[in-house]
Design a protein. Sequence first.
Length: 95
Amino acid sequence: MKLNAIKSHLTSMDSIINFGNAKSEDYFNRGTLKQAIEDDYGALKDFNKSIELDNKHFGSLVNKSVIHLKQKKIADALSEMNALIKMCPDSALLY
């Protein structure tokens, strides 16, 4: 996705979230867009909010772990992946 398109989608997601009653999936979607433009801090904030609203949001948990691996926060990433494996032991993505 091109940068201008991502920024446009981010603006839309900001509007949805700022309108109120945002769902876990809304924060996940915005976090994914922020992750795409390498705004890891902003992405982590959104993934954390997504997880706060739905503590089993698979995508937010995976993406949070991916960012921690990128940041070389190996202990955090492994802890998150272990929690995911307990939650979804049959998911091939996690192995």
